[in-house]
Every structure is written in structure tokens, then in C-alpha cells.
Design a protein around this ligand. Structure first.
Ligand SMILES: Cc1cc2nc3c(=O)[nH]c(=O)nc-3n(C[C@H](O)[C@H](O)[C@H](O)COP(=O)(O)O)c2cc1C
Length: 204
């Protein structure tokens, strides 16, 4: 699969606001795939580079780039999963934790989006939100390339030992494991919220 994506504008170049009915149609029906159904082929190296380029075009107060990526694939991913299995084995509910690793084992490519926060003027909350925007943009871009995508966390996003295994530094947190691959099953629509029940108009 090849996916040609235009180059980014150069700094200061005009970036006109243009309607994109195709994007609207895509968003109206976009659906995550289950990680368990993701299989090879996953994005190529060139597509991965494009995905990361697109995913980092997100709002980022203070231009701190409060995120980084850890790519998990191939032999490295297998060793990471073995490490998670070893961690699970030390826990009282180890079998349950091990059973949950299917979602990281199946997809050919996983991008761990690591949220980091720089102390200073920009609230940490905003830096964390920017990492969420990166995860969502990654999922959208991968799906727009025709791949299945699933943004999840799971126990190993919160486990201290798993964080050490991933290489998290001080103050770093996993915003998500974004699993990518070819979706072996067509996802079915899930329950969606009643939007009207979530909206109010402030009238003072
Ligand atoms: C931060 C975050 C963490 C998530 N973690 C999990 C998880 O650990 N396990 C899971 O089954 N779904 C998890 N989900 C939900 C999945 O993304 C789920 O597939 C999603 O609700 C699909 O919705 P969509 O089709 O609208 O993209 C998580 C979602 C978010 C935003």
C-alpha cells in the first residue's frame, strides 16, 4: 500500500482553510478496529514516517512538543511483550494480566505515545491533552491510509515496572498504545452517546 501525502508547508507559508467534504464523510463513519483483529501488513517505514509527521501537527501550547514515540515492532516488540509477561508473572493476578497481552501481540506495529510535561508556564494538563490529540490524529491518519487503528492503554500503560521496561523517564506517562495493522474483520458500529444530552447553552 502506498499513500502519497503532500509535504508540509514551509514555515510561514500560507496554509489556507479549505473545506474537505471527504474528511467530513470519513469522520462521520470512522471506527476503530479491535487490536486483536490487526494483522500484517502494517504501515511501511515510509508510511510510518508520514504518520508521525501528521500526528505531530497538533495544537501544542507553547510549542513544547510534550510527547515522544516508542516504536514497537518485530523482534523488539516480541522482547517487550516477553518483558511484560515476566512482570505479569510476579503479580497475584498474573494470568489475567498475561491474557490481556493479546492486544499488543497481534498488531504488526504499535506506537507508544509518551506524554511528557515541561515544568513552567504551560499547565501540565494542557501538555497531557496535546498527547491525546497526537494519539487521535495518529489513529485518524492511519485509518485514512486504509489501516485499522486502535488507541488503547491497558495495564502496562500504568504499571511502574512496565514503564521502566518501555523506557519512561521522570514525569513521562503513556498516553496510549496506538496499534496499527490491516483489519482482518470489518468493525461494527458501537454505541454512541446522545449528543443532545451532553450539550447545554450557557445563558448566564
Ligand atoms: C485513553 C484511552 C484509553 C483506552 N484504553 C482502552 C483499553 O485499555 N482497552 C480497551 O478495550 N479500550 C480502550 N480504549 C477504547 C478504545 O479506543 C476503543 O476501541 C474505542 O472506544 C473505539 O471507539 P471509536 O470506534 O469511536 O474509535 C481507550 C480509549 C482511550 C481514549
Amino acid at each position: 500500500m502506498t499513500n502519497a501525502v503532500p509535504v508540509a508547508p514551509t514555515f510561514g507559508e500560507a496554509a489556507p482553510i479549505e473545506a474537505s467534504p471527504e474528511t467530513l464523510a470519513f469522520l462521520a463513519r470512522r471506527r476503530s478496529a479491535s487490536a486483536l483483529t490487526l494483522t500484517a501488513p502494517g504501515p511501511s517505514n515510509a508510511e510510518l514516517a508520514t504518520l508521525l509527521r501528521l500526528a505531530t501537527r497538533v495544537p501544542d501550547h507553547g510549542k513544547l512538543a510534550p510527547w515522544r514515540f516508542v516504536i514497537l515492532r518485530g523482534a523488539g516488540k516480541r522482547r517487550f511483550v516477553e518483558g511484560l509477561e515476566a512482570i505479569a508473572a510476579t503479580r497475584p493476578d498474573g494470568e489475567r494480566l498475561k491474557a490481556k497481552l493479546g492486544k499488543i501481540k497481534a498488531p504488526p506495529l504499535t506506537i507508544a505515545v509518551v506524554s511528557r510535561a515541561t515544568p513552567g508556564e504551560i499547565p501540565e494538563w494542557e501538555q497531557r491533552l496535546s498527547a491525546g490529540a497526537v494519539c487521535m490524529t495518529l489513529a485518524i491518519a492511519a485509518q485514512a491510509m486504509g489501516y485499522g487503528a486502535n488507541w488503547i492503554t491497558d495495564w502496562y500503560a500504568y504499571d511502574e515496572d512496565a514503564g521502566r521496561l518501555l523506557g519512561l523517564g521522570e514525569g513521562e506517562r503513556v498516553a496510549g498504545f496506538v496499534h496499527l495493522g490491516t483489519s482482518a474483520e470489518t468493525p461494527l458500529e458501537r454505541v454512541r452517546p446522545d449528543v443532545a444530552a451532553l450539550v447545554s447553552e450557557w445563558k448566564g
